[in-house]
Design a protein around this ligand. Sequence first.
Ligand code: SF4
Length: 249
Amino acid sequence: PDATYRSKAGRTHKGYCANFIEAVGEKGSVIIDYQYDVNTRSDASFIKEYLENAEVSEETSSLITDGAYAGEEASRLAAGKNMGLLTTGLLGRKPKEILGQFELDESGHRISSCPAGNVPKSSSYIKQTDTIRASFYRHQCEGCPYQSQCNPNIKKRTASLLIPLKSRRRILEPVEIMDEETRTLISRIRNGVETVPSILRNKYAVDKMPVRGKLKTKQFFGFKVAALNFSKLMRFTQGKLKCRSFEPA
Ligand code: SF4
């Protein structure tokens, strides 16, 4: 009765969705927390809830997720807990440095000033691509010392450019100070993020619950997560558990 319906990436889904927090160390991994709710809830709200409730980490740690969890707010909350939020999009080719010098207004969806300190004539947010389109007066961009880096599209009266927010976040986030070895390691861990849902689906049959309703299915889901952790523990004690992400290439 609590289950919801939604369409995602061209496929329809009915029921609930879950998120996991898996701690990965040199000797193995364990699921330390999970979230469970109706499937209409956004990934952004899951990570926000997790970060708001998380303790401030004594040692700086990395929270590695796929790109759906990226966002200014999530990165800010993570930084407040001494964590770096590293998403899939952050591990690709480095974007243009100049993007980090565009200031956003409070909404995070409009440019308040460009690297030269100019306020755009207009600025609009394109939700589908998470990009801001900013338009300046032609005389502002033409001959500007940053023109070659911004590469605006100069027209008769105006000059416009696109600022992809995902790329801007990459420039502003600490991942760029990482060396190549650390980046490779993180990419490997990221590639293993899908493993837990896949095991829970295929081995622990989480898609088929013997009960109904959010509360009861959440409890059953928790049992299955505990069973997976127990299996990891058994393998670890038998010397079998390996976290391939940490194996040298
Ligand atoms: S080229 Fe245009 S957008 Fe870029 S810094 Fe100069 S004035 Fe601003």
